[in-house]
Write a protein that binds this ligand. Structure first.
Ligand code: ARG
Length: 468
C-alpha cells in the first residue's frame, strides 16, 4: 500500500515548485539513490568547491556567498566523516542531501551554489573523480602485486617444475619463469588502467543539464581546480558519457580473469595430489569435519569473485545500451556495479599479494613431478635433429619409440641404457644423456623470454627496473 499524498499541499523541496503533491512512497523508493551514492560525498563536495571558486572568480556570485558556501561544505564534510551528518531518503541522492544541509549552514548563499550547473554534470564529475581515485588505488595495488611476483620469481629462478599444456606435463620450466608470466599479465593490466585514466581525465562539470550555460563560466578553471587535463568538449556527451566507468570495469574484468587463473593454479598446486606449494595458516581455513584439511579459500574466492566483476561490466554495458542523448535516469544504475567491482578488485589484489608472499614452495615435489611424465622427450628429439641431422618429424617418431620403451620398462627416458637407445636408432651416442635431465633441459632454453634460469633472472632485472 502506498500512502495517499493528496492534499498535503507539500511537494518535493528541491524540485517540486510546479508540483502540488508529494511523490508516492514507491516513487521515492525506486528513485532514491542515497543508500549507495553516499559513497560520492567527498567527490561531490570537492566538485562543488571547485565550482564555487569558479563562480566567484567569474563574478557570477559574490565572494561573500562563495565563502559561505565553501565554509558550509567543509563543515558538512567534517560532519559526514565524524558521523554527525545523517542522510535522508527524502532528499533522494547525495547531491541534494548535501545541498539541503548547506541550506541550514549557509542560508541564502546555499541556493546560489547550483548556478550554472545541474545534477547531470554534477553526478558526471563526482563519478569520474571517484573512478579516477579507484584507478589510482588499483595501479598502486597492481604495482605491489607485481613487486611480490618479481621477488618470488627471483628466489625461484632455478626451481624446476613441470610446465603444462592441456594440464598434461609438457616440458620442464622454472617456477620463477611461471610467476613472471603473471608479472607480464599484470603489467599489461596496469597499463590498461593507466590508459583509461588518461582518456577519462577531462572534466564534464559546467556542461550543466545538457546544453551548456548562458552564464560566463570558465570551465578550464574548474577542470584544472579538479586536476583534470581539460574540460570535455561537448556538453551533451559530457552528461551522457559513462565510457570511463566501462573502461574501468573492462580493465577490472581482464585483471580479475588473470587473477582467477593464478588462483586456480594455486588451488591445484596446493592439493594433496600436487603439493607444489603450501599456503600459510593466514590464508587457508580448516574443515569443521575433516581434520586433515587446509582449504585454499582465499584463492577460491578470488576465482569466484571474478564472476561478479564480469557481471558488473555486463550490467553497465546493458544499462547504457541504446540510451538516447543526453542524461537518462537509467544512468543512476551506473554506480552500484562500479562500486562493487572496485571493492572486489581491491580486496582480490591485496589477498593475492598476501597469499603469494606467505606461500611456501615445495621444490622437491616440483622437481619430482617435472622429472616424471617424459618431460624431456622434446630435448631428446631436438638432440637427434641437432647432432644427427635427422629431420624433426623423424626425430619425433624415434623419440616416441623411446618413450614407449621407457614406459614398458617403468623408467624415464634417461633411465634407458645406451644399448636400448641404439636399438631404436644406431647412431645415438652417450652424449644424448647430457640433455636428458630436467636441469639440462631447462638450462638449454635460453632463447629470449625462455625458461632458462639466466633468462628468468634477466627478466627479473628488467622488471625491477620497471618497478622503480
Ligand atoms: N542521482 C542521479 C544519478 O545518479 C543524479 C542525477 C539526476 N539528474 C536528474 N536530472 N534527475 O544519476
Amino acid at each position: 500500500m502506498t500512502k495517499d499524498n493528496k492534499g498535503t499541499g507539500k511537494s518535493n523541496q528541491m524540485w517540486g515548485g510546479h508540483f502540488d503533491e508529494m511523490p508516492d512512497e514507491l516513487l521515492q523508493k525506486i528513485n532514491a539513490s542515497i543508500s549507495f551514492d553516499n559513497k560520492l560525498y567527498k567527490e561531490d563536495i570537492q566538485g562543488s568547491i571547485a565550482h564555487t571558486k569558479m563562480l566567484v572568480k567569474q563574478g557570477i556570485i559574490s565572494t561573500e556567498d562563495g565563502n559561505n558556501i565553501a565554509d558550509g561544505l567543509m563543515r558538512i564534510l567534517q560532519g559526514i566523516e565524524d558521523g554527525t551528518v545523517k542522510f535522508k531518503t527524502e532528499f533522494e541522492d547525495i547531491h541534494m542531501n548535501i545541498e539541503h544541509k548547506l541550506k541550514g549552514l549557509a542560508g541564502e548563499s546555499a541556493g546560489r551554489l547550483h548556478t550554472a550547473r545541474s545534477r547531470n554534470d554534477q553526478v558526471a564529475v563526482d563519478f569520474r573523480l571517484w573512478v579516477r581515485n579507484r584507478i589510482d588505488e588499483t595501479i598502486a595495488d597492481l604495482k605491489n602485486l607485481r613487486r611480490v611476483l618479481v621477488t618470488r620469481a627471483e628466489n625461484d629462478a632455478a626451481t624446476i617444475m613441470p610446465g603444462f599444456t592441456h594440464l598434461q606435463s609438457a616440458q620442464p620450466v622454472t617456477f620463477g619463469h611461471h610467476l613472471m608470466a603473471y608479472y607480464e599479465m599484470l603489467t599489461r593490466d596496469q597499463s590498461r588502467f593507466e590508459d583509461a585514466r588518461k582518456r577519462m581525465n577531462q572534466c564534464p562539470l559546467g556542461a550543466a543539464a545538457l546544453a551548456g550555460t548562458s552564464f560566463p563560466t570558465d570551465r578550464f578553471k574548474t577542470a584544472s581546480e579538479l586536476e583534470f587535463d581539460a574540460p570535455t568538449n561537448n556538453s551533451l556527451d559530457s552528461v551522457s558519457d559513462r565510457d570511463f566507468a566501462l573502461e574501468f570495469l573492462s580493465a577490472a574484468s581482464i585483471t580479475m580473469m588473470h587473477l582467477s587463473r593464478l588462483a586456480e593454479e594455486i588451488v591445484i598446486w596446493c592439493s594433496a595430489q600436487f603439493k607444489f606449494v603450501t599456503l600459510s595458516d593466514k590464508f587457508t581455513t580448516g574443515s569443521s569435519i575433516m581434520p586433515q584439511k587446509r582449504n585454499p579459500d582465499a584463492a577460491e574466492l578470488v576465482r569466484g569473485k571474478t564472476g561478479r566483476v564480469y557481471g558488473s561490466l555486463i550490467t553497465l554495458l546493458t544499462v547504457m545500451k541504446a540510451l538516447p542523448l543526453a542524461y537518462n535516469k537509467d544512468m543512476q544504475e551506473d554506480k552500484e556495479p562500479v562500486f562493487d567491482a572496485a571493492e572486489t578488485l581491491q580486496i582480490c589484489l591485496k589477498v593475492m599479494a598476501g597469499m603469494l608472499l606467505d606461500m611456501k614452495v615445495n621444490s622437491e615435489n616440483m622437481l619430482k613431478s617435472a622429472s616424471a611424465g617424459f618431460a624431456t622427450a622434446t630435448d631428446f628429439a631436438d638432440w637427434l635433429v641437432r647432432e644427427l641431422n635427422i629431420p624433426f618429424r623423424d626425430a619425433h617418431h624415434i623419440t616416441g619409440k623411446a618413450v614407449k620403451l621407457a614406459e614398458t620398462k617403468g623408467v624415464d627416458i634417461s633411465g634407458l641404457s645406451l644399448e636400448d637407445l641404439q636399438k631404436i636408432e644406431p647412431k645415438i651416442t652417450g652424449n644424448i644423456f647430457t640433455v636428458l635431465g630436467v636441469e639440462n633441459s631447462v638450462k638449454s632454453r635460453k632463447s629470449y623470454g625462455g625458461t632458462a634460469p639466466d633468462e628468468v633472472l634477466k627478466q627479473v632485472k628488467k622488471a625491477k627496473e620497471e618497478l622503480k
